[in-house]
Ligand binder design. Structure first.
Ligand code: GLN
Length: 501
């Protein structure tokens, strides 16, 4: 096995035993990037020199007898909406084409303190608006399982980089499914933590009331290790909470595999999540996985989330409303692309007398030229639902329905420990297939969005294939109960591994 194919746990063990160095591990990932990224196009920025230097520093410490920490010396890729001081951060938008991050995001501070090796920044849908990776202003990321197909989005590059073994793990962001859905389409594990458990400081805001950073990894245990490293209250993000995860109830003994691994665990299957129009092979894979959970001892209970069908509509009101406010800062004056300077911040303003009418015109033209179509579409929807006379009818109504969606989950969790559902209604589609049909693109998130609306954690893990492409199985748990996800998803993963070999 090549070093770049290792999991975090395996890489950590190898570094500890001095089987290989962090430099060798980093170089293995770098070589894979050089060999394969021309095809997959997962990375926007590769920090070759910086990451090898950082790895050599870690190697010196290990050589001197320091036992490395869980993430120490291990290469990670970061979605390009997470700030790393001194490194370009574009959110895959032309408006930020040459923007250099002035500070580290809190998650980056935490990773650096843990000795992680930051390999580079990954491609994404522009400002994280999309489900396919195709709306990047710079390149289209491809699915490593089939290069003609999309990797999912918006954390497209992060998912593809992990699946292609170009890094050991990655971080993405999830506002409506952008970690779980690409993880599902690329056949890896993606965790969307409880809202407020991971700091958003230094994450470019999409919809601040829904955004969260989380890991994309090769297995459940790796996702757990990364989550442990990045979570926690942060004075720089007032919405973060102290995270003291309660101990798992005694009946949860997941992770052991075997026939009694989940004895006593109650798993809810929401009937609203098996919809007409869902791909039949995907449904078959998910139903087989549910059967497997039952064989492991879990009690499968059919449940109902009566307001689930409103979640997508609620999302496409609340999210654009927040987007329109958050993206108002890109005005062609303070930073980013400007009609006056192009995208070179150090260029003196051009003399555009006659072409640009005044301050308002600078705003309008800079935004018109700097933003892509999907971004403009969402800003228009957002300003519409917030405008005088409509705010009550749309925005406030959607907030009220958000509460109903959340209450459905609260009630369901009185009777079940976790909920299992498909992550995506179908496997990866062909590049270009949905680009001219925004509605079909939005429907890709039908199963992931309600977790963001309710603020609960969700994890997607592989559960077989449909049409020879990966299928994702989604587990949802009550707020702050990531431990339940790790236990139950971990038990399923172990059992599946036992069958595979
Ligand atoms: N695909 C969804 C959207 O387009 C989710 C995006 C996200 O989670 N960042 O809005």
């Amino acid at each position: 096995m090549n070093l770049n194919e290792l999991t975090i746990t395996q890489a950590h063990e190898g570094l500890k035993r001095k089987d290989f160095s962090s430099e060798e591990l980093t170089w293995a990932c770098m070589e894979r990037v050089k060999e394969f990224d021309g095809k997959v196009k997962a990375f926007l920025t590769v920090l070759e020199k910086e990451s090898l230097e950082a790895a050599r520093e870690i190697d010196k410490k290990i050589k001197a007898g320091v036992i490395p920490g869980a993430l120490e010396g291990i290469p990670v890729a970061l979605k390009d909406n997470i700030l790393v001081q001194g490194v370009k951060c574009t959110a895959s938008s032309r408006i930020l084409e040459n923007y250099i991050a002035p500070y580290d995001a809190t998650v980056v501070v935490k990773l650096k303190n843990a000795g992680a090796i930051i390999l580079g920044k990954t491609n994404m849908d522009e400002f994280a608006f999309g489900s396919s990776g195709e709306s990047s202003a710079f390149k289209i990321t491809r699915n490593p399982h089939d290069l003609e197909r999309v990797p999912g989005g918006s954390s497209a590059g992060s998912a593809a980089a992990v699946a292609a073994h170009e890094c050991i793990y990655a971080l993405g962001s999830d506002t409506g499914g952008s970690i779980r859905q690409p993880a599902a389409l690329c056949g890896i594990v993606g965790l969307k933590p409880t809202y407020g458990t991971v700091s958003r400081y230094g994450l470019m805001a999409m919809a601040s009331g829904l955004d969260i950073i989380g890991p994309l990894a090769k297995n459940v245990e790796d996702a757990r290790i990364v989550f442990e490293a990045i979570r926690g209250r942060d004075p720089k993000d007032a919405t973060t909470v102290d995270y003291n995860a309660p101990q798992p109830p005694l009946n949860l003994r997941g992770g052991e595999g075997g026939v009694t691994g989940l004895r006593g665990t109650r798993i809810g299957i929401p009937k609203e999540y098996f919809i007409d129009g869902m791909d039949l092979e995907t449904e078959k894979a998910v139903r087989l996985a549910i059967k497997k959970l039952e064989e492991l001892g879990a009690r499968i209970v059919e449940i109902s989330l009566p307001h689930a069908s409103y979640a997508l509509a609620v999302y496409y009101i609340l999210m654009p409303a927040e987007v329109s406010a958050n993206l108002a800062r890109f005005d062609g004056m303070r930073y980013g692309y400007s009609v006056l300077r192009g995208s070179n911040p150090s260029q003196p303003p051009l003399n555009l007398r006659g072409e640009v009418g005044g301050l308002y015109d600078v705003y309008a033209k800079s935004r018109a030229q700097g933003f892509g179509d999907e971004v403009k579409r969402r800003i228009m929807i957002g300003t519409y639902v917030l405008s005088a006379g409509y705010a009550d009818a749309f925005y406030k109504k959607a907030q009220a329905v958000r509460t109903l969606v959340k209450r459905d989950f609260d009630e369901a969790f009185l009777n079940v420990d976790c909920i299992v559902a498909p992550t995506s209604p179908n496997p990866a589609w062909l590049i270009g297939e949905r680009m001219n049909d925004p509605l079909s693109m939005y429907l890709a998130d039908i199963f992931t969005i309600s977790a963001n609306i309710a603020g609960i954690p969700g994890i997607s893990i592989p559960c077989g294939k449909a049409h020879n492409l990966p299928v994702g199985l989604q587990f949802l748990a009550p707020q702050l109960r990531e431990d339940v996800l790790f236990n139950v998803a971990g038990a399923y993963e172990n059992a599946r591994k036992a069958v595979d070999v």
